[in-house]
Design a protein around this ligand. Sequence first.
Ligand SMILES: *[C@@H]1O[C@H](CO)[C@@H](O)[C@H](O)[C@H]1NC(C)=O
Ligand SMILES: *[C@@H]1O[C@H](CO)[C@@H](O)[C@H](O)[C@H]1NC(C)=O
Ligand SMILES: *[C@@H]1O[C@H](CO)[C@@H](O)[C@H](O)[C@H]1NC(C)=O
Ligand SMILES: *[C@@H]1O[C@H](CO)[C@@H](O)[C@H](O)[C@H]1NC(C)=O
Ligand SMILES: *[C@@H]1O[C@H](CO)[C@@H](O)[C@H](O)[C@H]1NC(C)=O
Ligand SMILES: *[C@@H]1O[C@H](CO)[C@@H](O)[C@H](O)[C@H]1NC(C)=O
Ligand SMILES: *[C@@H]1O[C@H](CO)[C@@H](O)[C@H](O)[C@H]1NC(C)=O
Length: 588
Amino acid sequence: GYGMLLFLFLPCLCSGQAVPLLLRFSSFLDPSNMVYLRWDHDEQEMITFELRVRTPGWVAFGFSPHGELSGSDIVIGGVFPNGSIYFSDCHLVDEATLDEDESQDYQLLSLTQNETFTTMMFKRHLCTCDLNDLDITMDTARLITAFGTDDTVQFSKGQKFSKSLFLMKYRGSSDSTDPKIFFTYDLRLDNFAVPAEETKYACTFIPLPMVKQKHHIYKFEPVLTPHNTTLVHHILVYACGSDSVLPSGIDDCYGADPDFALCSQVLVGWAVGGESYQFPDETALSIGTPLDPQYVRLEIHYSNFDLLPGLIDSSGVRIYYTSELRKYDVGVLQTGIFTFPVHFIPPGAESYRSYGLCNTSQFDEVNGIPVPELHAFAYLLHTHLSGRGVRVAQYRSGEQLGIICEDKKYDFTLQEVRDLKKILTIKPGDEILVECSFQTLDRSGITFSGLSTMNEMCLAFLFYYPRNNISSCTSYPDILYIAHMLKQEASDTVEGMMAMDFIDWDNETIKSAEKAAKEANQVVVIKTINVTSTLSSDNKKGKIPFSIPLSENFPALRLDFLQNDMFCIQAERKGTRKDVKLALYPRI
Ligand SMILES: *[C@@H]1O[C@H](CO)[C@@H](O)[C@H](O)[C@H]1NC(C)=O
Ligand SMILES: *[C@@H]1O[C@H](CO)[C@@H](O)[C@H](O)[C@H]1NC(C)=O
Ligand SMILES: *[C@@H]1O[C@H](CO)[C@@H](O)[C@H](O)[C@H]1NC(C)=O
Ligand SMILES: *[C@@H]1O[C@H](CO)[C@@H](O)[C@H](O)[C@H]1NC(C)=O
Ligand SMILES: *[C@@H]1O[C@H](CO)[C@@H](O)[C@H](O)[C@H]1NC(C)=O
Ligand SMILES: *[C@@H]1O[C@H](CO)[C@@H](O)[C@H](O)[C@H]1NC(C)=O
Ligand SMILES: *[C@@H]1O[C@H](CO)[C@@H](O)[C@H](O)[C@H]1NC(C)=O
């Protein structure tokens, strides 16, 4: 049943609290734009939220482990008709049982209400040390919001929404400078008849602006045809190489005609609720020179959940470009696993990890002239439907320098460009390792790497400057070694791939396949921006021993300073977490 809450009746704690003047980030959290969230985080690892809901009743906001209600960390508040306020840090034991946390780690900053809106502003530490609170990390957050029409908090009766959102952004639109003179140009579908299907991936090829001299694209912004329901789920824009022969019209991106999946160099990704993306001030994307892309592939993912017939849509992306050139051209380096069926994921896997290696030691040779250091500033991670996590690590001289980026809660429907906290230098000779984890419990057949959404990919796009000629640096494992380790006969690559279909997949063979694919020699494929076909003969190949583990099973120790002179030590080992709260000793 529904547990009665002992709400804290609070005098407003707003006094004396330093509230950031500007919350840089915002998003609607429901399809009808009734729940609006603004937020920001600071160097002290505090995150401030302002939740505005179109209701005079109770409002709730929180974090879910995977999007479901059970196990969620929830903060609830509201204003009674007599003006008293209530506010509490709670958790949902199951869908119907809401319990108040013993440790109240959300701090109320203000709570107001008028006839239309209830607005609640509060803050918390990214990590609170309370096991009933979920940490706010660099992973995609699964947010839960709920509200009711009056002040009787009843979760089961309220309206509830769940949404994936990335909270740890580092730059807002106010952190960027716009040029004085700029032009806009829309990459849009032209009156596309959205089918009455739950999911549709529509693709089309569109020329970039024809400019006689070099210009810079510095910003992308979604342009959505208004409908009375959220139809566009996400949009991706890919650059095409100059030698591509592209089809015309609009078609399924991953359907019968494989040409509609051509061009795999992501330029920008945008998902429902997201905002525009602007490059850092010193960098932008070049157009108008022979090295630049002339066409893009626009991919729009429609979710017509109500199967509404007769909808016409012309959504897309608006680009902003200028002749006021910035210092650097942006390049995008595709890393991860070469998209080819020697990469496969067995069925019935709870968690299956695959690895792709980029060895940059051949960059100079492939590029034509020496490649300067790459200054990476942003990333976009990409897998298909069974991807659950992606992480990217950097190695130099056999040593792991660190994790470049990761998302342990990857959500296919939230592919977006995310900024790195700091600009990261990749030196020629460094290795970039991409690890993807997949879940295939719902699949009965093997999943091969490929372009269709039911196939898989494991890619990390790194945005960097100054641009070089290399577009992709990925690898694939020696399938014969994998087949041999799984006791299969095979004498060439095709036989090796086919042999995987004969294996009786259980958790033991799954583990053996994962291990064999990790130990196998890797073929590193480096492609330049002009090479578009996947199996071009001028790929630089070379079998490269691959024996670099990610420092994964080592215990991670973290120290968080908390309010009230406490600090928290978290030790993590193989998934189990121990939190210890200790009194803070006088500083030495
Ligand atoms: C305001 O209303 C609530 C709910 O009816 C009640 O619990 C609370 O005591 C009231 N506060 C004041 C100051 O009257
Ligand atoms: C109610 O509050 C919201 C948010 O603070 C504000 O935008 C709106 O104008 C207010 N409406 C009225 C009628 O005061
Ligand atoms: C949305 O618009 C369509 C027509 O475009 C209409 O048939 C439908 O009833 C509308 N739905 C709502 C919820 O307003
Ligand atoms: C790209 O390759 C061309 C031809 O090999 C070369 O002239 C040019 O300098 C290269 N550009 C960069 C940025 O490395
Ligand atoms: C592997 O184990 C999980 C539970 O740990 C189970 O759900 C899954 O079905 C097993 N996979 C296979 C292929 O037997
Ligand atoms: C790519 O093609 C263009 C036009 O054909 C050419 O000018 C450029 O040098 C090529 N770049 C590389 C790296 O080969
Ligand atoms: C990368 O290539 C260099 C030169 O061929 C080689 O020495 C190094 O071992 C390779 N790195 C890995 C991880 O295989």
